[in-house]
Ligand binder design. Structure first.
Ligand SMILES: C[S@@+](CC[C@H](N)C(=O)[O-])C[C@H]1O[C@@H](n2cnc3c(N)ncnc32)[C@H](O)[C@@H]1O
Length: 222
C-alpha cells in the first residue's frame, strides 16, 4: 500500500464508514479533508489534521503529497466516492503521473439516490455540474434528455441549482411535464426525496447536498 491514500467517506452517515476507511484513518499520520469529513471521522483521527476549504484545496493536497514523499502516512478524505466529482480529479492535477497513491472507493451520492428511487443507474447518463456548469455540459444534458435517456446529475449549488436546471431544460424545448426527482441530504437525518415535474421544481429550493434525476417515470419512493 502506498503512503498516500485518497479515501471515500461515503454520503455522510456513519453507517457508510467502511472498515478500510476507518483503518486507513486510524493508521494515518496526517488526515486531510473538508470540515464535515474530519468531523465524521473525528473518533478515529489520532494525528495531525488539515481542514480543506475552497481557498486552500490545491495547497492542502500539495502538502499531503509532499508529506507522503517525506515518508508520512497521509489520508485525504473525499466525500462519496473520490472518483465521481471528488478530490481525485484535483489530486491527479496536483500529483502528476509519478506520484504513487491508492484510491479507496466508497458509495457515491448518485448510488444512494438511485437506490432511494429504486432505479437502475447503469443505463443512465451521469453528469456533475459541481463547480463546472459549462455550456457544453448543459447541452449534453439537453441532448440526453431529448433522446429519452434518464439523467442523474449533481447540480451546482451556486450557479446551476435544481430550479435553474428545470428552467434551462424547459427553455431548451424539453416538456415541462418531464418527471424529476430531487434527493436531498441522503443518508442524513434530514434526508428528503421530492418527486415532481420540471414545472413543479421551478419554484422549489433545495440545500447544497442534492442529486437530481431527470426523465425517470417509474419512480417508486418508499
Ligand atoms: C464535490 S461533489 C462530491 C460528490 C461525491 N464524490 C460523490 O461521489 O457523491 C459534492 C456534491 O455531491 C452531492 N452530494 C454529496 N453528498 C450528498 C448527500 N449526502 N446527499 C445528496 N447529495 C450529496 C451534492 O450534489 C454535492 O454538492
Amino acid at each position: 500500500m502506498s503512503k498516500l491514500k485518497i479515501v471515500g467517506m461515503g454520503p455522510g452517515s456513519p453507517d457508510y464508514i467502511t472498515d478500510i476507511a476507518k483503518q486507513s484513518v486510524q493508521n494515518a499520520e496526517i488526515v486531510i479533508g473538508a470540515k464535515k469529513a474530519l468531523k465524521l471521522f473525528q473518533d478515529f483521527i489520532h494525528c495531525e489534521s488539515l481542514a480543506l476549504t475552497a481557498q486552500n484545496i490545491i495547497e492542502g493536497l500539495k502538502y499531503g503529497v509532499a508529506s507522503a514523499a517525506a515518508g508520512k502516512e497521509v489520508v485525504i478524505l473525499s466525500t462519496g466516492d473520490p472518483g465521481f466529482s471528488g478530490l481525485l480529479g484535483s489530486l491527479l492535477k496536483v500529483a502528476g503521473k509519478d506520484v504513487d497513491f491508492d484510491v479507496i472507493p466508497n458509495v457515491s451520492s448518485i448510488q444512494i439516490c438511485a437506490a432511494r428511487l429504486r432505479m437502475r443507474w447503469d443505463t443512465a447518463t451521469l453528469i456533475s455540474f459541481h463547480a463546472d456548469a459549462s455550456n457544453e455540459k448543459k447541452m449534453k444534458l439537453v441532448e440526453a434528455t431529448k433522446s429519452g435517456n434518464i439523467v442523474i446529475l449533481l447540480p451546482d449549488p451556486q450557479s446551476f441549482s435544481p430550479s435553474d436546471v428545470a428552467r434551462f431544460l424547459i427553455e431548451n424545448g424539453i416538456d415541462k411535464k418531464t418527471a424529476v426527482s430531487v434527493c436531498e441530504n441522503l443518508t442524513l437525518t434530514n434526508e428528503k426525496v421530492v418527486t415532481s415535474t420540471l414545472a413543479g421544481i421551478l419554484e422549489q429550493e433545495f440545500g447544497v447536498l442534492c442529486v437530481m434525476v431527470v426523465g425517470e417515470k417509474n419512480t417508486k419512493v418508499k
